[in-house]
Design a protein around this ligand. Structure first.
Ligand code: GTP
Length: 210
């Protein structure tokens, strides 16, 4: 078992709470969230920070896909065909780039094209500019991330898997949107968001979803 799959087995995530609450009100409500983006942008680190509240320096071995609620994928090209299969039944996607890597930012367009091709039409997408703690190495300005997010109509945040900045907010925002969509159910199956989580501050940029 990989390190990442072990941590997923033991996670006590906010998403789990949201999911559990949703299931209590609607037996059919399930969701899958996956993290995508170029190799090295910090997908696994973000997941570790969210799950364990800590940063473990150094690269993790490339992971193809693990867990059952939040899926971490490898950014390497050789795993791409496997990733395609994951898109199909994903309800939410966290697309990461590294603010110190222009190529990872440029490649987000290719990732978005792929997502549009393979994912469900109503998938929740969040664009995350990770490694925001590395101010002196920054090559992608925050405004560039915001502009791209607006262009594609997705939510945007800058995060740091190292300091934990906006990590919970990212997963919370996705969870809230999934819950919001689930309340399109008949009245008798609805539940109230306030019952499962306290009010959170809104993300810095929040665009309409597709
Ligand atoms: N300073 C800083 N370093 C980070 C951050 N996130 C990840 N890293 C580092 O970036 C490197 C790559 O992180 P990973 O989490 O392995 O990246 P990944 O996207 O899962 O990579 P693949 O599995 O190859 O797709 C590691 O050395 C991490 O310690 C961050 O927010 N800040």
């Amino acid at each position: 078992m990989t390190q990442s799959s072990q941590l997923l087995r033991h996670r006590r995530s906010v998403m789990d709470q949201i999911s559990a609450a949703a299931v209590a009100y609607n037996q059919d409500f399930t969701h899958k969230t996956i993290l995508v983006g170029d190799s090295g942008v910090g997908k696994t680190s973000l997941l570790v920070q969210f799950d364990q509240g800590k940063f473990i320096p150094g690269s993790f071995s490339a992971t193809v896909g693990i867990g059952f609620t939040i899926w971490d994928t490898a950014g390497q090209e050789r795993f791409r065909s496997v990733t395609h299969a994951y898109y199909r039944d994903a309800q939410a996607l966290l697309l990461l780039y590294d603010i110190t890597s222009k190529s990872s930012f440029d490649n987000t367009r290719a990732w978005l094209t792929e997502i549009h091709e393979y994912a469900q039409n109503d998938v929740v997408i969040m664009l995350l500019g990770n490694k925001s703690d590395m101010a002196s190495a920054r090559v992608i300005r925050r405004e560039e991330g915001e502009k791209l997010a607006r262009e594609y109509g997705v939510i945007f945040l800058e995060t740091s898997a190292k300091t934990g900045l906006n990590v919970d907010e990212a997963f919370m925002t996705v969870g809230k949107e999934l819950v919001r969509r689930s309340v399109q159910l008949p009245v008798e199956h609805r539940f109230h968001l306030h019952d499962v989580m306290p009010p959170e501050k809104e993300p810095s940029v929040c665009c309409s979803f597709r």
